[in-house]
Design a binder for this molecule. Structure first.
Ligand code: DGP
Length: 118
């Protein structure tokens, strides 16, 4: 199995995942290697490899991903204290799975966005 098909197989139900939300455009499930008490991945149902590959036709899906992140943060009880959403893109962005996904991370203070390297 290639990494490109991993999240597509979760979306289709072929592979198991702890799915917390699903609609016509996106699916959200808990990250298998959580970085914080709440770590949810929100992915488009139709595979887009990276953020660098999106086009104007994807605007509804991209908007839905953010709105679902906001709703899930409320549902998971982290909205008031705050949280972080991240999209890693390609090699320098540290992307491992080439099916676009948004990380929703929270439940503890998350510190600076990036460590400064000097
Ligand atoms: P990224 O580096 O942005 O491509 O993040 C990929 C994330 O996907 C990483 O935090 C771990 C998670 N992940 C990898 N394989 C699986 C899996 O099979 N199931 C779940 N739920 N998450 C996975």
């Amino acid at each position: 199995m290639t990494q490109a098909t991993l999240f597509a197989r979760i979306v289709s139900g072929e592979l198991p995942a702890d799915i917390v939300y699903r609609d016509d455009l996106v699916t959200a499930f808990r990250d298998i290697r959580p970085l914080a008490p709440i770590h949810i991945l929100i992915v488009p149902n139709r595979a887009i490899p990276t953020l660098a590959d999106v086009s104007v036709g994807d605007e509804a899906t991209l908007g839905r991903m953010l709105r679902v992140a906001s709703a899930l943060a409320r549902q998971e009880g982290v909205a008031e204290d705050g949280y972080r959403v991240m999209i890693n893109c390609r090699d320098h962005g540290g992307q491992e799975v080439y099916h676009l996904h948004l990380h929703l991370v929270g439940g503890r203070p998350l510190g600076p966005m990036l460590a400064r390297s000097r």
